[in-house]
Design a protein around this ligand. Structure first.
Ligand SMILES: [Zn+2]
Length: 58
């Protein structure tokens, strides 16, 4: 998995940039949600959101 390619994702709620939540020390993926979706932090809305990888990158 290439982290650079999935590092940013547009927030569906307010159409702003979100950044992938990663462990800052290891730069590995942070915890996923209960469905195993990746977690992003919305830089404008200051909230987290999850992305279903299968749907997001069709
Ligand atoms: Zn947002």
């Amino acid at each position: 998995m290439n982290l650079e390619q999935i590092k940013y994702h547009t927030c569906d709620l307010d159409d702003c940039d979100g950044i992938l939540l990663v462990d800052v020390e290891t730069e590995t993926l942070a915890d996923t949600d209960v469905d195993g979706n990746m977690q992003y932090y919305c830089l404008e809305g200051h909230h987290t959101f999850s992305v279903d990888e299968d749907e997001a990158y069709d």
